[in-house]
Design a protein around this ligand. Structure first.
Ligand SMILES: [Zn+2]
Length: 144
């Protein structure tokens, strides 16, 4: 009998922060402010403080605002490879919300070719695999 398959299940590294192809934020019904990560209690706009917060999909594209190649292990949720490999973190200004969201550069993309202002899109990619399945998170991939 074949051993049970592992790695078939895609598990969000963080629950409720993204779908299969988009980041999830919340938008305030009173003032229109958008939050990421999702704000679940009340609007952080000090002039508002409404509790009318709805889930919204955020822009799938944005522009590179800043990026850096990290040569040290990052805290969760950025689970690195074993053995450690340098990885690139990109700060992306979302096209509609104009808020900056950090994420890793997509697998197989050489950061040497990345420039401030480049357009990127979200990619839900594996972070690591264990007995429970493949843990996935959002990353940023240049739009070619
Ligand atoms: Zn508000």
């Amino acid at each position: 009998m074949a051993p049970p398959m592992s790695g078939d299940t895609r598990i969000p590294a963080i629950d409720g922060w993204f779908t299969d192809d988009a980041l999830l934020g919340t938008r305030c019904g009173a003032c229109g402010a958008t939050f990421f990560p999702p704000e679940r209690t009340f609007c952080r706009n000090p002039a508002c403080a409404s509790t009318d917060l709805a889930d919204v999909e955020l822009s799938k594209r944005g522009k590179v605002w800043s990026f850096s190649v990290n040569h040290y292990a990052a805290p969760p949720p950025y689970v690195g490879k074993e053995p450690f490999e340098p990885y690139t973190v990109v700060a992306v200004e979302l096209s509609q919300e104009q808020m900056v969201v950090l994420g890793q550069l997509a697998a197989g993309v050489d950061p040497a070719g990345l420039k401030i202002g480049d357009e990127v899109e979200i990619a839900i990619e594996p972070l690591f695999t264990d007995d429970d399945g493949t843990h996935v998170a959002w990353k940023w991939r240049p739009v070619s």
